[in-house]
Design a protein around this ligand. Structure first.
Ligand SMILES: C[C@](O)(CO)[C@H](O)COP(=O)(O)OP(=O)(O)OC[C@H]1O[C@@H](n2ccc(N)nc2=O)[C@H](O)[C@@H]1O
Ligand SMILES: Nc1ncnc2c1ncn2[C@@H]1O[C@H](COP(=O)(O)OP(=O)(O)OP(=O)(O)O)[C@@H](O)[C@H]1O
Length: 288
């Protein structure tokens, strides 16, 4: 049996620059990892099979694991088949890219088990129709996303603070968030400049997520959680991606832990990620 972890992301700022004739949007965003992860167990099998611990996520062709598996089979061809058993810990529709992370890991697993030796750019190429967040997860390093968010420039932007992520217990639609936002083609400062040249203390005045206003207008709890994270002492707080999760970055461990315990006690699903966290992208053979 092979095992591997599928990590979630947060967006450090997101500028929506332009609404394109296709309905998609050109954006600039910073991507980094958090420790929240799903656990994959993979076995060779007579045919493809998928089991998920979360029954509310479909396991048919709508599942991004199935879509990635089929894309790999279509473009490269599989010599063996595999069954996937996934323990879902990352909440779905949460702005944490759980489905995209799963798709990227599926491609990396197949590349390893089938010994196809494809580069990350080749894996990105065969996943091009599956979702804008997938290239970041295939690259596997923090970085800047431009274009549709799918052109990735790896960059050392993993925050040097504790990241507390809070899921408000409802999903948020990505398509709706983009439809309802106000694109701004000329933001005063680029996300790249803020993340690479400004101190964490300055981010709250400079770094914004353009998808936040319409989503918060419909879901006040997201705004309330953001306010509470600042009240607890976060240096920076924002909604991740198209929501619904909110994260706060804390400089002091005891403040972060206090905030974590409070949200946890209130019944929210939460994750606390250490400063400078680096995900383990290994795919390990486990004797059974
Ligand atoms: C919000 C983010 O998660 C931030 O990283 C991404 O931009 C969204 O990435 P994703 O969920 O992989 O998005 P996709 O599955 O490609 O697209 C979902 C929907 O979001 C909208 N969408 C997505 C990306 C983009 N640059 N412009 C868009 O308008 C489109 O309506 C699309 O139908
Ligand atoms: N393997 C998967 N894991 C989680 N969700 C999946 C998966 N495959 C398909 N989905 C579907 O994708 C939808 C979005 O899930 P996901 O968790 O990727 O959203 P998200 O984190 O808001 O995405 P993003 O921030 O990339 O827009 C869910 O409604 C879910 O049903």
């Amino acid at each position: 049996m092979w095992i591997a972890n599928s990590y979630a992301k947060i967006n450090l700022g997101l500028h929506v620059l332009e609404r394109l004739p296709t309905g998609y949007h050109s954006i600039e965003t910073g991507f980094c990892f958090i420790e929240w992860n799903d656990r994959f167990e993979v076995n060779e099998s007579n045919s493809y099979d998928l089991t998920l611990s979360n029954p509310s996520i479909p396991i048919d062709e709508r599942n991004l694991i199935t879509q990635a598996y089929n894309a790999f089979d279509r473009y490269i061809g599989l010599t063996n088949h595999y069954s996937f058993n996934v323990k879902k810990n990352i909440p779905a529709g949460a702005g944490l890219g759980g489905g995209s992370s799963n798709a990227a890991l599926t491609l990396r697993i197949l590349n390893k088990l089938e010994k196809t030796g494809l580069s990350s750019d080749e894996l990105i190429d065969l996943s091009r129709d599956l979702g804008a967040d997938i290239p970041f997860f295939v690259k596997g390093k923090p970085g800047l996303g431009t274009g549709l968010g799918n052109e990735i420039e790896p960059m050392d932007i993993q925050p040097d603070g504790w990241i507390l992520t809070v899921y408000p217990d409802f999903e948020s639609s990505t398509a709706e968030a983009y439809q309802q936002c106000e694109p701004n083609p000329n933001p005063e400062f680029s996300i790249k400049r803020i993340l690479t040249e400004e101190e964490l203390e300055e981010w709250r005045y400079l770094l914004q997520n353009d998808l936040e206003p319409p989503v918060i207008a419909r879901n006040h709890l997201i705004g309330n959680i953001k306010d509470q994270l600042y009240d607890f002492g976060a240096a920076y707080s924002a909604m991740s991606g198209s929501g619904s999760s909110v994260f706060g970055i804390f400089e002091q461990d005891f403040v972060a832990i206090q905030a974590y315990e409070s949200f946890h006690k209130l019944g929210f699903a939460t994750n606390l990620t250490k400063p400078g966290f680096t995900p383990d992208h290994g795919i390990y053979l486990k004797e059974v």
